[in-house]
Design a protein around this ligand. Structure first.
Ligand code: NAP
Length: 355
């Protein structure tokens, strides 16, 4: 494993992420436990010292999964009323399921952190990246929404630049990993890679969640493209970036692409600021920001080396050519961690543990 991405000494992980004995006393339900995000969340809970005996896991069917050496008995999802003993439920589920389930759980007094897109734009539901707008949790109800993975990663450096120089315009191209489409995405990429090198298949091939073969390819749209030409993923990045940064009028131009990378989303970002800045001040502010790691590697950061790490890595930081207020950078974050499970755990850790 290369060390270039920790060349400023940022730790790869901040486990146990503020998870205290009070948090460990809570009964937790992880719904969608067998998926890419659910499994990662279970792994983080294990690392944070949450007892497996206080962790219930649900999916469509019963199974047993081994996560970080701990066996979890997954149960078929029961009626929401059967979960009323849980203090906290993480919904690592498709948005149609979250849409129905979240209000039912809340009605039974269960605090819910939803990782789907179902409630991200609901005005009365906070959409939170703790390092940026964690204060919104102080007045939240029982339902909290976790952002889109690309958006969370993008907003980590953008929030720092906004504080220092004021953002006027953001132009971004994303390079999104196969696992952003969950386990079927990861399994599809692996199956295509085996096929490309003539290796035997290791099992039944899943139905591909992608619009085209991904291996040896780049797909320049994620999710459906609407009649204005904007993809569903691009709409999420625009709307959620504005909401998380508290900048409803921010100009955000985005193209989201799917690339044959297993894990970690990357973004190439070009911003214009409202005020002049000194480049070294921006770099110093990024270095000082929790959850952000700056690399001076001229060929980094790269998804392979960032996989499994907590921070959003930022590199290629340079002045742009569009006047004194233009800045360019490249950022990479593990979208299953900071773009999903880790951010959700950080939200839960910021909340006072429910009795
Ligand atoms: N992957 C990412 O990078 C990422 C990042 C940010 C947010 N998200 C969001 O997080 C959520 C989970 O994504 P994922 O990538 O983990 O997807 P995934 O790998 O496809 O997993 C989906 C999970 O939901 C469960 N599920 C589906 N329908 C269900 C039902 N009717 N009842 C109970 N459980 C059901 C599945 O269980 P079975 O075993 O029964 O199939 C599985 O555990 C999605 O809303 C996604 O948009 C994903």
């Amino acid at each position: 494993m290369s060390t270039t991405h920790t060349d400023r000494g940022a730790p790869r992980t901040n486990a146990p992420w503020g998870w205290t004995d009070a948090h460990r006393a809570q009964e937790i339900a992880v719904i969608g436990a067998t998926g890419a995000v659910g499994r990662e969340l279970l792994e983080l809970l294990v690392q944070a010292g949450h007892p497996a005996s206080r962790t219930s896991t649900f999916a469509r069917a019963a199974s047993t999964i081994d996560v970080a050496g701990v066996e979890f008995a997954v149960k078929p999802m029961p009626a929401a009323s059967a979960l009323r003993a849980a203090s906290l439920a993480f919904l690592c589920t498709p948005s149609e399921l979250s849409l129905a389930l979240a209000p039912e759980l809340v009605a039974h007094g269960v605090r819910v952190i939803d990782l789907s897109s179902a409630y991200r734009l609901a005005p009365d539901v906070p959409l939170v990246v703790p390092e940026i707008n964690g204060r919104e949790l102080e007045r939240s109800g029982l339902l909290i929404s976790n952002p889109n993975c690309t958006t969370a990663i993008l907003c980590m450096p953008l929030a720092v630049i906004d504080r220092l120089a004021g953002l006027e315009e953001v132009v971004v191209v994303s390079f999104q990993a196969a696992s952003g489409a969950g386990l079927p995405g990861l399994q599809t990429l692996a199956a295509e890679a085996r096929e490309a090198v003539g290796a035997p298949a290791t099992g039944p091939r899943p139905k591909s969640p992608f619009a085209a073969p991904l291996f040896f390819n780049v797909i320049p749209a994620i999710a459906e493209v609407d009649d204005t030409g904007i993809s569903g993923e691009e709409r999420k990045v625009i709307d959620e970036t504005r909401r998380i940064l508290g900048r409803p009028d921010l100009v955000v131009e985005v193209t989201t692409t799917r690339v044959p990378v297993e894990r970690c989303h990357s973004v190439a970002v070009h911003v214009k600021t409202k005020r002049d800045f000194v480049l070294e001040d921006i770099i110093a502010a990024l270095e000082a920001s929790p959850g952000v790691a700056v690399t001076r590697d001229p060929h980094g950061p790269r998804p392979r080396e960032c996989a499994g790490a907590d921070p959003v890595y930022v590199g290629r930081i340079r002045a742009g050519t569009r006047g004194t207020r233009s800045l360019c950078f490249f950022a990479v974050g593990d979208q299953i961690r900071k773009g999903a499970a880790l951010n959700a755990l950080q939200i839960a850790a910021r909340l006072r543990a429910a009795p």
